[in-house]
Structures are given as structure tokens and as C-alpha cells.
Design a protein around this ligand. Structure first.
Ligand code: HEM
Ligand SMILES: *[C@@H]1O[C@H](CO)[C@@H](O)[C@H](O)[C@H]1NC(C)=O
Length: 361
């Protein structure tokens, strides 16, 4: 077969698949007590939970500290999954159910606040701890303009055991160690980069306790690509002032750069993928959605769960464009990817200001 006839065939096939999908779209079947419609009556429990979380945890739907923490919690829960060590709990809510153990892990410093903030929702709603952790995280993301709408499946059974110590990566770990840990959990290096889009809506309270709420990019309330851009600017010469706490000094006043993010942006195994995320919002959305969903299902049996994705709200679109921070130009970019150039980006017209802290919850 010639290439042309082969691609014609592929196109014809793709068209057939599209028609088939259009015909088999799930019917809206259940009308919930509050009047909402969803694909499955079991998902109705999520509407009052969503309202409660938005009002009483996320400060009326903000992409602030609590939303950031709720997203971080999904990682610290799910990454407690290690087939090589026979640890199969994963995204099971053990970080809440066995919080007495897990919040004491050094890598979980600060996680106790969001764990305690989420516990009352378990008492008020008929939902497992695993479903709460991963629903809250998926919902939290939708409060950040530019974020994807990530699928959500309901039905995580109660966690059986606490996760063992040592499975959550730390910012002073080497890239080799972090990639090995993530590979053990089922993520290849590009997927680790995709997941780190989460640091677009993030700040640190405990990396340097003297400056709580210090963000990782200049726009911690937007799910954008600034984290990938700003980590590529020349920093203060490595290893910076934070030393063994895992901090590298960002050239932007008021911004913190994790040593691990700094190195991911420069390591041969990840730098080109990192760079590819600087200027492609659709890619950030699609890849983050795929990998965060995958992470939220670690250790779970999807076939035994209910697809409640239609409950998740549609996030606001991003109205800003990828840009260099005010006062920066191409010469401030520390090119790392060996096979492609950093994209030409305009700079924010200014003035040069300090990046404000994320206010405490
Ligand atoms: C892979 C290696 C990773 C390392 C070493 C790492 C490390 C850190 C550190 C040290 C902080 C600051 C915590 C504090 O001091 O308050 C942080 C914050 C955060 N991380 Fe990560 N992280 C990683 C991956 C991820 C992933 C995969 C996610 C996806 C959910 C994620 C989501 C977040 C979020 C949302 C915050 C902000 C929390 C807040 O602002 O309160 N991180 N991370
Ligand atoms: C709680 O949810 C489970 C399904 O997850 C259901 O079987 C049970 O009937 C519910 N309980 C109440 C009190 O609604």
C-alpha cells in the first residue's frame, strides 16, 4: 500500500471512530436531589461535597493556599505506591486514615494542615478518605484559570495500611533518585515533567520557614507555564543559599526555586521536555490531566469504580500569554535543551516588582 492510500485509510477509520463515539456518548441518567444531572446516581454525593469544599475549604472557589495544599496532598497520598517494595496502597487516602503515621514523615512536613482541614468533610459526607483526597485535588485545580478539567472516578475502598516512610521525593534528592522513585510508581521521565506543572500553582511554607508562602512562579493563582519559563532563568549560582534544604535562589525577588525543579529544567533526561512546556498551554493541560488522573488511580481498580467526571466544573480559561518576567530578556535564559532553542517570548512590560507571597489559609 502506498503512503497516500494508507493515510486515506487511517483518516477514514478515524472518521468512523468519531461517528461511533458521537453515537455512544453516555446518556445523562440521574437527576440528583439538588437538581443536578450526572451520568450515574452514585455521583450525586459529590455535588453537596463540592459545594461544601468550595465554600468552606477553598474560600469560595479560590486558587489560594488551601487549593494548592489540596493538590499537593493528592501527590503525597498517591505516591505511597511501590510495586518494588510490595506497597500497593497508592491513591487510597491513607495520608488521612493513617495520618498519625504519615504526617510525621519529613517529606510530609506541613501536610498536617490540609489533612486536618479535610477531615471534617469525611464526617459530613458519605465518601471514603481516598475519594475525598482525590476529589478535593481535582476540584481544587479547577479554581485556577488555565487548568484542565481532570477526570474523576469514585469508589476508592478504605485504606488498609499507612504508607511506609521514604516514598515521597524531596527537593534535595538527586534527579536520578527522583526519576527512579517515580519510575517505581509507574511514571517515566516525561510524565514526571508533566506532573510538575502542579508547581505552577504552588508555594513553600517549610523549605525556608522564615518566608512562608513563597511561590514557585510569579503567578501562583494561575495554572500557566510560568513555572517552566522562570525556572529556566539563570539563578544565583547553584547550590544557592538554601543548601541542603532543597532551595535554589531564583533571580526574581520573592520567588523560590526548588533545587529539584532547577535541576529538572537542566538535566539531559528532562530539559527538552521541560522546555516544551514553556509555550504550549494546550499541552500542559492535556498532559497534566492525563498524568494527574493516572496518579489519582494508583493502586485502584478502575473497572470497579464509577466515572463521575461530568461532576467536575469547567475551569476558567487563561487570558495571559507565556512571558519573560519584567526586566528579563533572552540573555537571562539559561539554555539547557541541546536539540531545540528556548522559544522567543515577550517580556512583561513591567515595572519590576517583587513576587507577592501567597497569603496563609
Ligand atoms: C517529583 C518531585 C517533587 C518534589 C521534590 C516536590 C517538592 C515540593 C516541596 C518541597 C514543596 C513545598 C512544601 C512546603 O514547604 O510547603 C512542594 C509544594 C507543592 N507541590 Fe511538590 N514536589 C514534587 C512533585 C509534585 C507533584 C507530582 C505534585 C502534583 C500534585 C506536586 C504538587 C505540589 C503543590 C500543589 C505544592 C504547593 C503547596 C502549597 O502551596 O501549599 N508536587 N513540592
Ligand atoms: C454511602 O455510600 C455507599 C456507596 O459508596 C452506599 O452503599 C451507602 O448506602 C451510602 N450510605 C448512606 C447512609 O447513604
Amino acid at each position: 500500500m502506498t503512503f497516500a492510500s494508507l493515510s486515506a485509510l487511517v483518516l477514514a477509520f478515524a472518521a468512523t471512530v468519531q461517528v461511533a463515539q458521537a453515537v455512544s456518548l453516555p446518556q445523562k441518567r440521574a437527576t440528583c436531589a439538588g437538581g443536578q444531572v450526572t451520568a450515574n446516581a452514585a455521583c450525586c454525593v459529590l455535588f453537596p461535597l463540592m459545594e461544601d469544599l468550595q465554600k468552606n475549604l477553598f474560600d469560595d472557589g479560590a486558587c489560594g493556599e488551601d487549593a494548592h495544599e489540596a493538590l499537593r496532598l493528592t501527590f503525597h497520598d498517591a505516591i505511597g505506591f511501590s510495586p518494588s517494595r510490595g506497597v500497593m496502597g497508592g491513591a487510597d487516602g491513607s495520608v488521612i486514615t493513617f495520618s498519625d503515621t504519615e504526617v510525621n514523615f519529613p517529606a510530609n512536613l506541613g501536610i498536617d494542615e490540609i489533612v486536618e482541614a479535610e477531615k471534617p468533610f469525611l464526617a459530613r459526607h458519605n465518601i471514603s478518605a481516598g475519594d475525598l483526597v482525590h476529589f478535593a485535588g481535582t476540584l481544587a485545580v479547577t479554581n485556577c484559570p488555565g487548568a484542565p478539567r481532570i477526570p474523576f472516578f469514585l469508589g476508592r475502598p478504605p485504606a488498609k495500611a499507612a504508607s511506609p516512610i521514604g516514598l515521597v521525593p524531596e527537593p534535595f534528592d538527586t534527579i536520578t533518585d527522583i526519576l527512579a522513585r517515580m519510575d517505581d510508581a509507574g511514571f517515566v521521565s516525561v510524565e514526571v515533567v508533566w506532573l510538575l506543572s502542579a508547581h505552577s500553582v504552588a508555594a513553600a511554607d517549610h523549605v525556608d520557614e522564615t518566608i512562608p508562602g513563597t511561590p514557585f512562579d510569579s503567578t501562583p493563582n494561575l495554572f500557566d507555564s510560568q513555572i517552566f519559563i522562570e525556572t529556566q532563568l539563570r539563578g544565583i549560582s547553584f547550590p544557592g543559599t538554601g543548601g541542603n534544604h532543597g532551595e535554589v535562589q531564583s533571580p526574581l525577588k520573592g520567588e523560590m526555586r526548588l533545587q529539584s525543579d532547577h535541576l529538572f529544567a537542566r538535566d539531559d533526561r528532562t530539559s527538552c521536555e521541560w522546555q516544551s512546556m514553556t509555550n504550549d498551554q494546550q499541552k500542559i493541560q492535556d498532559r497534566f490531566s492525563d498524568t494527574l488522573f493516572k496518579m489519582s488511580m494508583l493502586g485502584q481498580n478502575q473497572d470497579a469504580m464509577i466515572d463521575c467526571s461530568d461532576v467536575i466544573p469547567v475551569p476558567a480559561a487563561l487570558v495571559t500569554k507565556p512571558h519573560l518576567p519584567a526586566g528579563k530578556s533572552k540573555t537571562d535564559v539559561e539554555q539547557a535543551c541541546a536539540t531545540g532553542a528556548f522559544p522567543a517570548l515577550g517580556a512583561d512590560p513591567g515595572p519590576v516588582t517583587s513576587v507577592p507571597r501567597v497569603p496563609p489559609a
